[in-house]
Ligand binder design. Structure first.
Ligand SMILES: [Zn+2]
Length: 288
């Protein structure tokens, strides 16, 4: 079933909500809350296509494939109408009637769900991971354990984010950050994310999907390695691989850069010119 909520009559902005099945367990899956993070949108539409052809579910799935409708149309992160970052203003909203209308509608669906899964992109040179506040709440950890992906890291817990606010309401929420951004989607990673979602729905008992798995490793918070130099960074390490403290991450302008922590490499400044103070790598620390 597709439901369209008209957010603003005169501008014709419509929020599309796809609802499958009834009752519990129920999950809200959102994408495109940052309008330029399109790999999540791609996976959400693949899910909709799949669910359109699927028979009876054990529970319900609500999919909002594009939350930030104006930002998605403009291929930018924020809502171009008011420059608000929609994933910072839950549950009350801020700025224009469009932002407030979208936030109110999505939040109401979140409150009537048992789980919230929000799909994002962390850049073109990143490795996918689950982001949550699992150390703080057992019920969040129980949800994360059912997400069919092998890397899980700890969120800073910044308020105003859909998954954080849901978690504070007792509704376990998590983000999956995958590869992509700036208005581009990566098909390979979108297909992988789609499989991760199906595996998760299997683990929650809502659908049956054979390739589901629950094996994962939990890491700490993301650590940004910033550059003391300007130039082209040449990485020596690979995305998704573990490094030890002191390992050489790469070089910039003839200067080597060491990893300040032991952990997993989730982001690298590849294919981009780096200015002093910008991030060269993102590493989630091993849990002590
Ligand atoms: Zn995002």
């Amino acid at each position: 079933m597709k439901r369209e909520v008209i957010i603003e009559e005169f501008s014709g902005i419509k929020l599309r909500i796809y609802i499958y099945g009834t009752g519990s367990p129920s999950i809200l899956i959102t994408a495109g809350i940052h309008g330029d993070e399109v790999t999540g949108v791609y996976a959400a539409y693949k899910l909709i296509e799949y669910l359109d052809k699927t028979g009876k579910l054990n529970g319900s799935i609500k999919v909002v494939p594009v939350v930030n409708v104006p930002g998605f149309q403009a291929r930018i992160r924020h809502n171009p109408i008011d420059h608000v970052d929609l994933n910072r203003v839950f549950p009350d909203g801020m700025g224009s009637t469009v932002t407030k209308g979208i936030i109110k509608t999505v939040w109401e669906i979140a409150l009537s769900s048992d789980y919230v899964l929000d799909l994002h992109c962390a850049g073109h040179f990143s490795y996918p991971y689950i982001l949550s506040v699992y150390p703080d709440h057992d019920y969040v950890k129980a949800f994360v354990d059912n997400i069919s992906w092998h890397v899980s890291i700890e969120s800073s817990g910044q308020r105003g984010q859909l998954f954080i606010e849901a978690s504070h309401q007792g509704i376990p929420g998590a983000i999956i950050e995958t590869v992509g951004g700036r208005g581009y989607y990566m098909k390979k990673w979108g297909d992988a994310l789609f499989k991760t979602i199906l595996g998760t729905l299997n683990n929650l008992g809502i659908i049956e999907y054979e390739e589901a798995n629950k094996v994962k490793k939990h890491y700490g918070k993301l650590h940004r390695v910033t550059s003391d130099y300007e130039g082209f960074f040449k990485p020596y390490v690979a995305l998704g691989k573990e490094v030890d403290e002191g390992d050489i991450l790469g070089e910039i302008n003839g200067n080597t850069v060491e990893s300040p922590v032991s952990g997993i490499v989730l982001g690298l400044a590849d294919g981009v010119y780096i200015f002093k103070g910008e991030s060269l790598a993102r590493i989630a620390e091993n849990k002590g």
